[in-house]
Each structure stands twice: as C-alpha cells, then as structure tokens.
Write a protein that binds this ligand. Structure first.
Ligand code: COA
Ligand code: MG
Length: 282
C-alpha cells in the first residue's frame, strides 16, 4: 500500500519569494504555489517564473495552482507547468470534465491534475467530473470554501453548517472514484483552537487533510489528520488477532469485547500504513 500523507497542504502566493523559501523548512505535507487568486494581475508573469524555478521540495509534494483557462494567463501557466513538472497542477474553478481535458492537453502527460471544487456548476456535475478522472489523471478534489460561499451566497459561520452537505458529497464522490479529498482553508489563522476544531470536523467528514494559508495552521492539521497512538495500538491489535492461529480462516472475531470483521482489518492495515508513512517523514 503506497500512501502519501496529505494532512497539511500549504498555499502561498508564488509572487512571495520569502514564503517559498520558508516553505522549504516547514513541516507541511504539500507545498502549493499559487498563481491564481493570491497573486495580483501585474505580478502574474513574475509569479509564474518564480513558481517554475522553485524546483522540488524534498519529500513534500509540490503543487502549482494555475489560473483558469478562461483567463489570459491560464495557457501560459500550464505551459510553464509542463516544463517545470511539479507533482500536481491544481486547476481552479473546475466546472466540467472538459475543463480537465483542455488542461491535460496543454499540460502533457506529466503531473497529476488536482481540481478545485468551488463553483455551483461543479457541484451539479461532480459525478461527470469524477468520471473523467482516469482519462485526465485527476487525483484530488480540493474544496474552495471562499469561492463556494461567494457563488452560493451561503454564510458558513464557525460550524460551517451550510457547507456540510456539500463537503459530504465531495468526499462521497471522491471516494467512489479513488480521488483524494482535501478540505478547504480556514481564513482565521491566529486561532489554534478553532483550527484544530475545523480540522477535526474535516477528518470526521472523511477528508485526507486540509488546505492551509499560514504556517501557524500546519501543526494542528498534522496532529489532527494523523492516526492517534490509540488508533495505531487498536489497529495493531486487530491485525495481530486475525494473524493468530486460532482465528485462521475466520471472517469475524472478538477483540477487546468487540466484533471485528475482515473489513476492519483492511482499515487497520490502512491506519498502520498511514502512520508508517507519516513516521517516515521524520
Ligand atoms: N507560506 C509560507 N510562509 C508564510 C505563509 C505561507 N502561506 N504565510 C505567512 N508566511 C510567513 C511570512 O513570510 C512570515 O515569515 P517571516 O517571519 O520569516 O518573514 C511568517 O510566516 C509570519 O507571517 P505573518 O506576518 O503572520 O503573516 P503575513 O501578514 O506575512 O501574511 C497572509 C498573511 C494571509 C497574507 C499570508 O499568510 C498568505 O499569503 N497566505 C497564503 C494566501 C494564499 O496563498 N491564498 C490562496 C489560497 S486561499
Ligand atoms: Mg478559489
């Protein structure tokens, strides 16, 4: 089982050289260099050059968020990504499978495509977008809560209640098609408690990790989206119990007074693989 931890995916404006340098020593799992909304129009070209020259980030995944193909910068951004070959290219405001196809045609066969899910149309056509995953190399859905709130005119508030059915649907469709779901950003970056709570909510809704806007947010995301020591111990007990000779050939057994089935062993093995991949990051 190959697992890439994506607990924490930190955006930064690709126009900000200091942030890019800082990112080389930050503990986020994914570095996301933004060419889109965090970059002013007059800085687009310089940001593109800087992102393309940023190179890799060690074991961390390296992602460039491009401008949409309906803007004057999108095609040049994709051409730059084709040459720079980051791990993935994040497409903003994906609203149809054709958005993915057009981007793939300009990008060539290299990097994975990740899609921002942040428009009303994407929600209407989410299944069709996911169905194009194999053909277009789509590997992740990234929730864009700021654009979603603007388009839908919802007011999420601290509990994100109006977004919860949407988050759930994005995870459901992602899982059905083997796409990794990443939760959206939290704009308030000075409140550790609120951040941990929103990460825990994202974890409970099934997300692999959270997108972030500030280094302060890395530690809570890494903590919450990693299996706890208790979860790892429980997973080890389940795997060991199924390996015990007296349980050979059984589909359901008792562990610590609870029924455990083979599906729980699969889940336990995944938990252990995630924990090992995280430990491997050091
Ligand atoms: N990535 C890497 N480093 C970052 C960072 C980020 N996203 N945000 C801040 N930093 C760095 C700053 O450069 C600063 O480093 P320094 O002390 O070594 O100079 C340090 O962290 C503290 O930054 P702080 O002063 O608290 O924040 P700020 O006022 O400089 O920046 C934001 C605040 C919101 C403008 C900035 O965090 C940011 O640009 N975030 C990302 C925005 C983005 O990409 N949005 C698009 C996706 S929604
Ligand atoms: Mg957006």
């Amino acid at each position: 089982m190959t697992i890439r931890p994506r607990r924490s995916a930190l955006y930064m404006p690709a126009s900000n050289a200091r942030a890019i340098e800082k990112a080389r020593s930050l503990a986020c799992d994914v570095v996301m260099l933004d060419l889109e909304d965090a970059v002013a129009p007059e800085q687009k070209a310089a940001a593109r050059d800087q992102a393309a020259a940023a190179g890799g980030f060690g074991r961390r995944e390296w992602v460039i968020r491009v401008n949409g193909l309906d803007t004057e910068w999108g095609a040049d951004d994709l051409a730059a990504c084709r040459a720079a070959a980051p791990d993935a290219v994040l497409l903003p405001k994906v609203s149809s499978p054709d958005d993915l196809r057009q981007a793939r045609a300009l990008l060539g066969p290299g990097p994975a495509l990740w899609a921002m899910i942040e428009t009303a149309r994407a929600l209407v056509d989410l299944r069709a977008i996911a169905e194009a995953a194999a053909e277009t190399g789509l590997a992740a859905f990234v929730v864009g809560p700021n654009d979603l709130a603007k388009e839908l005119r919802v007011r999420p508030g601290v509990d994100r209640a109006p977004l919860l059915p949407i988050l759930s649907r994005i995870v459901t469709v992602a899982r059905a098609y083997g796409i990794a779901p990443l939760d959206g950003v939290m704009n308030a970056f000075d409140d550790d408690g609120a951040m941990a709570a929103e990460c825990a909510q994202g974890l409970a809704f099934g997300f692999d990790g959270k997108t972030l806007i500030h280094p302060n947010q890395i530690a809570p995301a890494n903590r919450v989206f990693a299996p706890t020591a208790e979860e790892v111990a429980w997973a080890q007990r389940i795997v060991a119990a199924f390996d015990a000779p007296e349980n050979a050939g059984k589909g359901a057994i008792k562990v610590d007074g609870k029924m455990v089935e083979l599906l729980h062993r699969d889940d336990a093995q995944r938990t252990l693989a995630v924990a090992a991949a995280i430990a491997d990051r050091g």
